[in-house]
Design a binder for this molecule. Structure first.
Ligand code: GDP
Ligand code: ZN
Length: 449
């Protein structure tokens, strides 16, 4: 673990391993500029935020490559230290040679995540932003990238800051109450303290609720497609997956296995599970398929129940739909191209897997279900378990403090809970976080980040 007063200069290849059009070697630290000027045999000093063309020659003066070098002066750089980026052609041997040369001139190879770690220790970013850099690099859909980019920009930190300030102010108030206790000054009556605690608790509870959508974005969701044989499950699955995958056939009961497909719906990674019909059957092989479809149903985060408009909705189907109450589900009325929509006491989404009618509305309805009450464009989501646990710790402590007020426990005693709430928020942003937690976070980075 690096110290806050890092004095050495680190170097690493920052572009992905393998060959590429260009490759970048990054240096950070007090000697970054001096080392680079020697390495490139520059006759004049590098100027901040100015790209410069230079030759890469070996020790004997032989040309190895050309490079464009950019200097970012401290503190206005990614790490907060002097940073140099040397962009050369993306040949691994050339890039490794630059790193070795930099090391002979006084740099040392960076370890995984060390650039971001330095940015954190220099106070350029907080822990939520450091995690977001990793999430942005790892993003598999544009929506994931969007949320991560917002968090890199400090969206979560911004949501937390006023809560922390309020807690610190409240602590100061209560500490003062203790100090002046002999003077019999009632600094803050219970109702006022409770109101202030509540003012911190509410936004934190809202924040906690964002975790469901944050996790969906991160880990994706599983959607089970169920319904009577021939309702059009496989066809809709294929239409949503935008790829031929499940076998579509006009013979009832063909989909015996559970077919899964990974797709992106509105930027959310989705695993679609196409299942056999949920109906009693004499056919043993079909029974197997049905058992699996019940399993798929149990595992699903959301159920798409497909009814066939040509057949109407049977009593059995109504019962199944009623049994889905209380969990995320959508009822799709398929084959709208063949038969008119039915009247029903639950919402139906009319579609035609064949003509594509209603599919956009279905995708939209799916997204709404997945986002739940979350405003998807709301910034500052909790995206991982570490963040959730930290906020939950603060929320629990604040609940305890409010209960303590109700139980007329002396105000001094509330301080324990309020300090605990503050520690939860500190843990989230990394202000006072234990080194081992930091080590775990930064070790999931790759070298050069
Ligand atoms: P599953 O058994 O529920 O998976 O149903 P399939 O997707 O295999 O479809 C059964 C039959 O219905 C196939 O012949 C499909 O082409 C047809 N089908 C599915 N959806 C529609 C639709 O919206 N309109 C029409 N006209 N036919 C459909
Ligand atoms: Zn099918």
């Amino acid at each position: 673990m690096a110290e806050t007063t890092t004095q050495d200069t680190i170097v690493a290849v920052s572009t992905p391993p393998g060959r590429g059009g260009i490759g970048i070697v990054r240096l950070s630290g007090p000697e970054a500029r001096g080392i680079t000027e020697k390495l490139l045999a520059l006759e004049t000093a590098l100027e901040p935020r100015r790209a410069r063309f230079a030759h890469l020659n070996d020790e004997t003066g032989q040309r190895i490559d050309d490079a464009v070098v950019t200097f970012f002066a401290a503190p206005n750089s990614y790490t907060g230290e002097d940073v140099i980026e040397i962009a050369a052609h993306g040949s691994p041997v050339v890039l490794e040679w630059i790193v070795r040369r930099a090391c002979t001139l006084g740099a040392r190879p960076a370890h995984a995540g060390e650039f971001t770690e330095r940015a954190f220790f220099r106070g350029r970013i907080d822990l939520t932003q450091a995690e977001a850099v990793r999430d942005l690099i790892d993003a598999q859909t544009i929506e994931q990238a969007r949320v991560a980019a917002e968090q890199v920009g400090g969206s979560l930190a911004k949501r937390i800051r006023p809560c922390k300030e309020d807690l610190v102010a409240l602590i100061a108030l209560l500490e003062a109450g203790i100090d002046f206790a002999e003077d019999d000054i009632d600094v803050a009556p219970s109702a006022q303290i409770e109101a202030r605690l509540q003012a911190v608790l509410s936004p934190l509870e809202d924040l906690l609720a964002t975790f469901a959508y944050g996790r969906i974005l991160r880990e994706g969701v599983r959607i089970a497609v169920i319904g009577r044989p021939n309702a059009g499950k496989s066809s809709l699955f294929n239409a949503l997956a935008e790829r031929e995958r499940a076998i579509v056939t006009p013979i009832a009961g063909t989909t015996r296995d559970v077919v899964t497909e990974r797709v992106s719906i509105g930027g959310i990674p989705v695993e679609l599970m196409d299942t056999a019909g949920l109906r009693e059957s004499e056919d043993f092989v079909e029974q197997l398929g049905i058992a699996r479809s019940r399993e798929a149903l149990a595992e699903a985060d959301l159920v798409l129940f497909i009814v066939d408009l040509q057949h109407g909705i049977s009593e059995e189907e109504r019962e199944t739909i009623a049994s889905l109450e209380g969990r995320p589900h959508l009822v799709v009325a398929n084959k709208i191209d063949l038969a008119p929509l039915l009247a029903s006491d639950f919402a139906l989404i009319p579609t035609s897997a064949n003509t594509g009618e209603g599919l956009d509305r279905l995708r939209e309805a799916l997204l709404q279900q997945l986002r739940g009450s979350q405003n998807a464009s709301a910034s500052g989501l909790l995206t991982n378990l570490r963040q959730r646990d930290a906020v939950a710790r603060a929320v629990e402590a604040l609940h305890r403090a409010i209960e303590a007020i109700h139980a007329s426990i002396p105000h001094e005693m509330l301080l324990l809970d309020i300090y605990e709430a503050l520690r939860g928020l500190d843990e989230l942003t990394g202000s006072t976080t234990a080194d081992e937690i930091l080590g775990v976070i930064f070790s999931t980075f790759c070298i050069g980040k």
